[in-house]
Design a protein around this ligand. Sequence first.
Ligand SMILES: [Zn+2]
Length: 289
Amino acid sequence: MLVGGCAGVLLPEGDLLRDVYLRGSPATPTVALTFDDGPNGRCTEAVLDALRDVGAPATFFVLGENVAREQDDALLARMAREGHTIGVHSETHAVRPLFLRGATAAELGAARAAVDAALARAGVLERPAITLFRPPFGFLTNAAAEAAREAGFHIVEWTVSVGDWERGRRPEEISEAILARARPGDVIVLHDGDLTHHRSLERCRDRPNAAATVRLLVPALLARGLRPAPLPEVLGLAGASGAVVSPSATRWPDSGAHEPPSSDGDPSRSRSRGVVGRSGSLPAQAPAV
Ligand SMILES: [Zn+2]
């Protein structure tokens, strides 16, 4: 179902994109740091340590299957207690469920329940509502959008992705590539995990660059006047603590003129991402990779 090389964007049907967010207002000098595919043991711990040391908030789009291992409960609790936002990246990182409303609803429900249970086990009494969903590979379907909306989720894509998952990359390269592109309102994606492999309980094996990238990137962003801020604040979502309502936050298909996220997406077997019609048969965005 996922193929690359398809030019152009197939406009979705109906109001598919009503609750899809790409970026915040370009008039506000903030950016959002986001991490996908965790929680993942020592890699996530190292990222949390780095964020603490540089004083930056982030959003973690976790996989329910990773959370449900019950090995990272304390890390989930740290996210909540240290001012980060927890969203879900589905239960399994599979694409197939996104073509079925019921299957997506099940994935979202399982992931949300897994996070809540982990926080409860870790003794977090005031548990945050989980309302942000980043689909696996950023892949968007009508069925998934409907399921997300029904379950009270906002869908969040991204605008800056520089292939942080690629082998052989160094933190300096990743940070510089992000800095070359980052503009006010951007949503930056990095990875603290690798799908559901979860191989970093004893040492950070999967994503050894993530924490070091944070330590390089955040001071450099600040030096340019770009402040990492909570994703709900950057997107101007109501109800976010300290949220600044920014009507010009870009949702598809508002001011972005149907421009897809200008990125090459997630680590994936197939790196295509796309908006598909109700038939679910036509990937639309041409990936950059
Ligand atoms: Zn992912």
